[in-house]
Design a protein around this ligand. Structure first.
Ligand code: PGA
Length: 298
């Protein structure tokens, strides 16, 4: 558990939070928890199953895990990994695939056995997609389930590629991508027309079965979706809000990603509580950077 910067929840928050000044510090705290779990399992002679995310959010986490491997002898020999998602049409060795992303940022830089890496295959033939997804779920079950799931959050509130409207019970499957998701990915593909229209993703139901879930978010662009997930109602329109139902979830945020939360934006709505202890004054008070259009209102 991330104790040091963990905040006492306000009455409006339905998810435990840890808020840090910078993403690097936040990532180090998450990496320390992951490393602690890996080492504890090593002492017990057991494996540990990690669910891994891609995108810009976990890059600093993976950099810290690589540093721990190189400088503090953290071994990944007992680790099994399952990645969250992959673009449809991209084979694992396509330069823009999440498979290559993982090799570049983590797998090629640590001692994780190749046989313990599990990636969704975006290039599997149409007729084999359903079987591929079922098999992926079976492999997760056979590994004993995911112990620790890392998540990012999309600007539309997605987790994995579970776009708004995705069902709580959804499993690993082929999905079409939201235009906003494709817009955000367009830079990586040299334009929106060249950005994949579909992806294969673990479902929300699959994610919620993980024993521990840490969602990380950095920057003011994530402030609106973070607020919706933390303070809003549980709704398919904000897929990350389903995490409110998980009893071992934590959101790890930097100041900007936390800036639309009532504790920072409208603390007087919390009454006298806002003036007590460290419920909302973890950082120097300043005006919220996010434009009003980015801030979700109840
Ligand atoms: P990002 O994407 O890490 O690149 O911001 C997160 C997500 O879309 O889940």
């Amino acid at each position: 558990m991330l104790i040091e910067h963990t905040l006492l929840p306000t009455r409006l928050e339905h998810v435990p939070l840890a808020v840090f000044a910078h993403r690097q510090v936040a990532s180090c705290a998450v990496a320390a928890e992951v490393a602690g779990l890996i080492r504890a399992r090593q002492r017990q002679g057991r494996t540990v199953v990690l669910g891994l995310a891609t995108g810009s959010t976990p890059v600093s986490l993976y950099a810290e895990l690589v540093r721990l491997h190189r400088e503090e002898r953290l071994s990944f020999a007992n680790v099994i990994t399952f990645n969250l998602d992959e673009y449809r049409g991209l084979s694992a060795d396509h330069p823009r695939s999440y498979g290559r992303f993982m090799r570049r940022h983590l797998f090629d830089l640590i001692d994780l056995p190749e046989t313990r890496i599990h990636l969704l295959d975006g290039a599997v033939p149409d007729a084999a997609v359903d079987a591929h997804c079922r098999e992926y779920e079976q492999k997760i079950r056979a590994a004993g389930g995911i112990d620790f799931q890392i998540l990012g959050i999309g600007r539309n509130g997605h987790i994995g590629f579970n776009e708004p409207g995705s069902a709580r019970a959804s499993r690993t499957r082929l999905v079409a991508l939201d235009p906003l998701t494709r817009q955000d990915a367009a830079g990586d593909f040299g334009g929106e027309e060249r950005t994949p229209r579909c992806a294969i993703t673990m479902g929300i139901g699959t994610i919620l079965e993980a024993r521990r879930i840490v969602l990380m978010a950095w920057g003011w662009r994530k402030a609106g979706p973070v607020r919706a997930a933390v303070e809003g109602e549980v709704t398919t329109q904000a897929p990350a809000s389903f995490l409110q139902d998980h009893d071992q979830v934590q959101f790890v945020l930097d100041h900007d990603a936390a800036s639309a939360l009532t504790r920072y934006r409208l603390p007087w709505l919390l009454g006298a509580r806002a003036c007590q202890g460290r419920t909302w004054d973890q950082r120097p008070i300043r005006r919220v950077a996010a434009p009003a259009s980015e801030i979700h209102r109840p």
